[in-house]
Design a protein around this ligand. Sequence first.
Ligand code: ADP
Length: 445
Amino acid sequence: TKNNVDIGSIFGLDVGGTLSKLVYFEKSSPHSNSHTSPFLDSRRRQNSDIPTFPTSPQTSPKNPPSEPRSKDTSNLPPPSPTHNHPLKRINSLNSLHRHSHRAALDEFYKFANEHNTFGQSGIKEPHLSFQSRSLGGSFHFIHFETRHMPSAIDLISENGLAQNIKNMGCTGGGAHKYSEMWRSRVNINMIKQAEMASLVAGIEFVLKSLVGECFTFKPQRSPVTSSSSSPRKITEEEWSRKVQRDSIRDRTTYPYIVVSIGTGVSFIRVDGPGPSQFERVTGSTIGGGTYWGLCRLLTDCETFSDVLQLAEMGDSGKVDMLVKDIYGTNPEALRKLKLPGNIVASSFGKLATKNNPSDGIDQKDLARAILMMTTNNIAHIAYLTARLYKTSRIYFIGNFLRHNNVSCQRLSYSIDYWSNGTVEGLFLEHEGYLGALGAFLLGQE
Ligand code: ADP
């Protein structure tokens, strides 16, 4: 098995400014230790067997099923030919595997499947693994900090994990920066894919192949009519019910907008299922890197998850200037303004008016205010972009949203609020891995 034969690419790597995301594809075999998954190949939909997904993005299923859910699919129809997608090319990967160099691959799978953490910052997310019946294998997801790239390559090299693996689909800025390092240390050639094309390929794949992938937030209760016959105002606090959005209409209408919130933010309009039917229409420099960078400056938190937890407890109202801070609470004045009094007029604006800006303010309030400032800005550009291109769907993705319910709910609430319920903010369970997944799929050519 160690005869140095190329066994094809099993990796998709997305090297971002902050995080690197690695997808590995595990071809099904009697020996493979396949993970179970809450997701289903979409053709199971026809058996109306739509699984429920955990109610919050940060929790994995409490009792994962003991059997892979995509079993017993022999009587289902063949894959739909309706879309022009890299999925078709995966057949070449299958044939490479068929002439099996299985043992070399199994060494990698055994190592990767047995661990949930790797090196200094590597984390596998088993609750995101899924089996794809159409591709005949399962996908697994790992991320690590990009600054640890040299030790990630060392880990692969020292454990002899790259034997016979010659190519790797790769995207993100670091695909260029680290290309030579991968080649010289582990003899893996990066098949570079354009960043936006990879993202869109990944999104199209999960939207069309997976049930349980897409969700949004809705109010806990539906609006009821009050005695004065005006609809009861839904508050943001009530906007917290996670609901699945897997309808056929949602997956087949174009255009839609993708808002990729990584270190910076990209706004992409997707016009159709084809490989180049999209355009990056704008961007914002105020993104996840801004949030995390400012929090590192203004709080003592050492990790991204610590600062998110801190922000959850904070009160941004101590820092932000609200409309009512300027206008007072006179209902007549607010009615003329057509804005509610408790909406933010100026992020951090309250600090400009105080004698001592830090009086009565904790790190948690600052963390919350930075989070809300970043999120509100993105929500507004997203809403205007959706209006400009006359679409009712906005998908928010990127690792800024990882375990970040506060921002997801705010995005969902404010898109609904500003659009009067005509535009919906949507989220994907594999939010941070779509570029890596797309780079893998495009790399199968
Ligand atoms: P990029 O490809 O630009 O690195 P990502 O989609 O991976 O973008 O998102 C990076 C952002 O995700 C960071 O700026 C930060 O806001 C957030 N983030 C989530 N988890 C982490 C983490 N463990 N370490 C640092 N940032 C994280």
